[in-house]
Design a protein around this ligand. Structure first.
Ligand code: CTP
Ligand code: CA
Length: 224
């Protein structure tokens, strides 16, 4: 795989990856979602498998074909993703949360299609549970890597997420104005307690290989 510097660097390890957007139902035909294509997450899952890991991929709805991984779990909502990830997290060595999980979901989904009326439609949204923070709070937590999509103060927000969610690493990228979402190229600023590394602009496949390489390096440093 192009961009993977050390083939076999995750041999013997298991990696759980979450990817894609989630869909939060408003009624049987409508949902709230976001601009994630799932490309980065699928590339990360592929790179981890190419590095020798046993890979589980939990994915929200995407237009991509599932990569060749040990287990592929298709989910829809943030609540589904929470269940699928939490059922598997403790049995993996590494968790990489690339999913663009909806932060808010309608407080309930209408059983039937909501009909158009003359007036306005008001939705009450409730916060979803933070999957990444829940994984990192497990007593036997895996090495936990989060993503952070930001439009400003990348390092400030990334380091705040690292500390607040008790993560081992955060991979941050700029979003907005044609950056990252739905694009084939991306760049990452990676932070961990006491360190950082820039992974410059490259295809998502190459970038994912470099990220996996860095995760293997930091995982090894932690275990040593
Ligand atoms: N995340 C998650 N569960 C949620 C929301 C986010 O697991 N309900 C994870 C994402 O998969 C990502 C990380 O949290 O790895 C950061 O997501 P991001 O949207 O950048 O940060 P939030 O903590 O949701 O904060 P905000 O959206 O306000 O920036
Ligand atoms: Ca969010």
């Amino acid at each position: 795989l192009a961009g993977l510097f050390r083939p076999g660097c995750l041999a013997g390890l298991s990696v759980l990856v979450s990817a894609g957007p989630t869909r939060e139902a408003i009624d049987p035909v409508r949902f709230l979602s976001n601009r994630s294509s799932g490309k980065m997450g699928y590339a990360v899952a592929r790179a981890a498998a190419a590095a020798g890991a046993r890979v589980t991929l939990v994915s929200g709805p995407t237009a991509l074909s599932p990569p060749a991984v040990a287990e592929f779990v298709a989910v829809e909502s943030a609540a589904d993703m929470y269940q699928a990830v939490m059922a598997r997290a403790a049995s993996h060595d590494i968790y990489i949360g690339t999913a663009a999980v909806a932060d808010y979901a309608p407080e309930y989904a209408a059983a039937g299609k909501i009909k158009k009326t003359a007036g306005e439609l008001t939705l009450t949204l409730r916060k979803t549970r933070d999957i990444l923070a829940a994984v990192a709070a497990l007593p036997d937590k895996p090495y936990t890597v989060g993503f952070a999509a930001e439009t400003d103060d990348l390092e400030g927000y990334a380091r705040a997420k690292l500390a607040a969610k008790n993560l081992d690493m955060v991979a941050a990228n700029w979003v907005g104005e044609g950056k990252a979402f739905e694009q084939d190229d991306n760049a990452l600023e990676v932070f961990w307690p006491g360190g950082r590394r820039t992974l410059p602009t490259a295809s998502k496949a190459v970038l994912a290989g470099r990220l996996i390489d860095l995760i293997a390096e930091r995982y090894g440093a932690r275990a040593a």
